[in-house]
Structures are given as C-alpha cells and as structure tokens.
Ligand binder design. Sequence first.
Ligand code: BTN
Length: 246
Amino acid sequence: LGQHLIYFDSIGSTQKETQHLAEDGAPHGTLVITSHQMTGRGRLGRTWSMPKGKGIAMSLILRPKLSINRIPQLTLIAAVAVYKAITEVTGIQTDIKWPNDILVMGKKIVGILTEMQTEGTNVKAVIIGMGMNINANKNDFPEEIRHVATSLKTLTGKEHDMSLIVQTILFYFEELYLRYLEEGFSVIKWMWESHAVSIGKRINARLFNGKVLTGLAKGIDEEGALLLEDDQGSIHKIYSADIEIE
Ligand code: BTN
C-alpha cells in the first residue's frame, strides 16, 4: 500500500481527487496525500476542515474482491490501524467511536470516510479517506469546532512526525487487511470492540431519516453494523447513524 503515492502541497479534497483516479483505473494501493486540504468532505455530507500544514489528509484506493456488504468492515480495519499507530508513535490511548471516529476525551483526532465505486453488484474500488489532526494548536481550529476537535500536539504538548504517523498507519492497515482477507473479520472485530468507547454504554443513534433510537450498544455484528438493544429488549442493526453517548 502507498507504492503509488501522489503528494499535493495543497488540494481541494484528496477524496475527490482519488475518486477520479480510481475511475481512471488507478491501481490498488494508490495513496493521495496532502497537509493542506481546502475543501475536505466529511461523513453524511458534512465538511471536514483542517488547519493548513498541521495535519494530514489522505485517501487510499483499495480494489478488494469482496461483496458490497463487507465494505463497512474496511472502515473498522482502518480505525484499528489508526488506533495502533497513534498509540505506538505518541503513547496516547485513543477511543474508537462507531463507526469511524478516533477520539481522545470525547474530542476528535481522526475522521475516516469510506466510499465505494460499484458496477452492478461488483465493488470496483473502495476509497478510504482519513483526516488527522496532528500538530494543530487549539486556536488553529475554527471557533465552531473547538469543542469537538483536538490534536495530538494539544494533548501531548509536542509536535509529532507526520510522515512517521502516516507510515505507521499504512503498516498496520496493510498487516490487518491481509490478515482479514486470510482469516476473516473476527480478529478485527475483537480488536475493534476492545477499543470502542461506545460499547456497553447507553447511546442515542440518530438515523438517516432523523429518527433517534436509544438503548444499549451491545457490539458490532459480522458485517460491522452496530447492535443496539432498546429498552424493550429488541436488537436493532444500525448501518449508518450519528452516535451520541448518553
Ligand atoms: C468524518 O469524520 O466525517 C470523516 C472525515 C474524513 C476526512 C478525510 S480527509 C482525507 C479525505 N479527503 C476528504 O475530503 N475527506 C477525507
């Protein structure tokens, strides 16, 4: 992974660029990376803003031979890889919040956005985008996101080697990805659940249609969907939602 690396001094969105490259046939493992992303995209149509030069935005092309319903598992693999890399490089223990946020004390350090290109029921490409807040100071973030975002520097008081963090994430992602292809999702599921902050807690899940489900987060299933037990004891499978821990 990352053998085909395309670096931009600045770019609108690595995700958008990578989507185009994937449509044009760019191979598995292509990585687009920048430390100045101007119009980043977040999940659920949101924007992703990052202080210039103080973090990394990157998007990775995968061409897995997997069925569509297994693709969300790749987001969870990415989250475990980020978790491991951050712990190794900085010593900080992070929390994973379903499906894809990496938090420390409730504030976001890394966001992950997984998108796919399909043809019929075949997966042509999966694009995994990661935005990482590394060396930003508190005041570098726009006022409106200061209460929800933080950086590794803010937490440790020192600057971190951004390329080492990227290399370490790719190293773990590749290791976990190959293991996943060989052994299946259960090992990843276990690692993910053991670092997930929401599991075992009461949560509110805001669904696409605006409906909110409240209950106990029990874990994830084999597809990576979140299992929520409501107060009547029924289990709901959640594929896409915003989670709030009560
Ligand atoms: C989220 O938490 O909503 C996901 C944020 C994903 C941001 C990354 S930064 C690299 C890639 N390029 C984008 O425009 N978005 C993703």
